[in-house]
Design a protein around this ligand. Sequence first.
Ligand code: NAD
Ligand code: ZN
Length: 229
Amino acid sequence: MTGAGVSVESGIPPFRGKGGLWESFDPMEYATISAFLKDPKKVWDVLLKAMKEVMDKAAPNDAHMGLAQLEEWGYLTTIITQNVDGLHQMAGNTDVIEYHGSFVKNYCMDCQKNYMISDIVLEQTPPRCSCGGIIRPDCVFFGETIPYENLMRSFEMAQSCDVMLVIGTSAIVQPAAMIPVNARESGATIIEINPERTPLTGLISDYILKGPAGRIMQQLVTEIKHLRE
Ligand code: NAD
Ligand code: ZN
């Protein structure tokens, strides 16, 4: 399971903590569905434009690449990510549950036509569909419900996995923060990778690998590679 921290080394800031987006933006003003519906131009001009700028340039880092390697070796089946940046798929992982949806995909609120974020030009905001409708990201704003399928599949994975890596998540955003708890209660070993302590540390996590996700994942992959030789 991954959170915003896994993409920090790709140049995408997290929401909370030092350098986080919430230092510059008030989430209630920009990240709720009611704020978007009330003033889509404002939310596109500030929050979504800033997200597009960093995501247009971002590429997978060693953490994403390490997870793709674990899948290739057959140790990892599924990633549950809270991220909306599409970097796990770009790195090569094939089963990614995008818990909060995707910012790579956008759609017209009137006719549902799909648009990739890289194809959207923000000369005029909010961006509009050829039908005139307003385009919105296919991710979950605060105040929207998590897609049912994502909830169910994540819960199933948590209940059936042997080991869960919990990487770069503050474990504060609910209901996502319950996923490692469910996994632990179902008998999984929890390994946390994060430079900081979280509410899971010492309570739910069996191991904490303290440090940035890219470096730690690279070390982990190197260790496993030696064991396989
Ligand atoms: P968060 O912003 O609440 O917390 C980020 C966590 O990452 C913190 O625990 C921090 O200590 C850790 N971290 C910072 N640098 C790290 C590094 N180099 N390696 C590993 N960990 C590092 O993020 P969250 O818990 O994922 O929740 C916020 C919500 O915001 C998510 O649901 C997500 O949808 C959204 N979000 C997504 C992106 C993205 O798609 N890349 C970016 C920002 C926020
Ligand atoms: Zn349309």
